[in-house]
Design a binder for this molecule. Structure first.
Ligand code: GRF
Length: 208
């Protein structure tokens, strides 16, 4: 049974997709043991509560420095004996120490086809604004392993989404969520739960 912790900062629609996927069997052999948000008012925490999942707010602002914040996060996560950490709309930049502590056990969902429209400053609606400004015809989402960079870890799975004439950033964001993010994240978690993700020389592959 894969023990999963989900880190969130906002509305939690990706968290909800994981919760629903566990409930309806799209994800098997995994359970969400803990949800942590850096924001007390994140609706994602309410989604966790409604699903009966242990949830905490651990805010960097409550700690003297990054090291103390890291200590609090690691203590809470290790207490649940977590096998996989999922960043689902999580906006805190993780320290090198935190990433090293969980080497190879952290995945992130990014709302573009990495390596396009990613890196510092590319998050949430900003990604879709840049996509529309550039006039690309295909965008999508990516699930990747987290390394010490920003959106630079090995790509695990991607799904493309059409950009349509007249799209606004909000309409495009919703389509990318519905047609890519909410499908990809559960699929990758299920693959990891069944040891179907291989990492060779920095390249991740999902095998049948
Ligand atoms: C989504 O666009 C996701 O791709 C990005 O954060 C945004 C918020 O997601 N990582 P959620 O509704 O909080 O899951």
């Amino acid at each position: 049974m894969l023990n999963v912790a989900v880190l969130v900062s906002g509305g939690g629609t990706n968290l909800q997709a994981i919760i629903d996927a566990v409930k309806n069997g799209v994800i098997s052999d995994a359970k969400i043991s803990l949800v942590i948000s850096n924001k007390q008012n994140a609706y994602a925490l309410e989604r966790a509560e409604n699903a009966g999942i242990k949830n905490l707010c651990i805010s960097p602002k409550s700690y003297a420095d990054k090291a103390e914040y890291d200590d609090a996060m690691i203590k809470a996560i290790d207490a649940e004996k977590v096998d996989l950490i999922v960043l689902a709309g999580f906006l805190v930049v993780l320290s090198e120490r935190f990433v090293k502590h969980y080497e190879g056990k952290i995945i992130n969902i990014h709302p573009s086809l990495i390596p396009s429209f990613c890196g510092d400053g590319f998050y949430g609606l900003k990604v879709h604004e840049r996509v529309l400004e550039r006039g690309v015809k295909v965008t999508g989402a990516t699930v990747h392993f987290v390394d010490s960079g920003t959106d630079t870890g090995p790509i695990i799975m991607q799904k493309s989404v059409a950009v349509k004439p007249g799209d606004t950033p909000e309409v495009l964001q919703r389509r990318v969520m519905e047609e890519a993010e909410w499908i990809l994240l559960p699929a990758v978690i299920d693959a990891i739960a069944h040891n179907r993700v291989r990492l060779t020389n920095g390249i991740a592959e999902v095998v049948d």
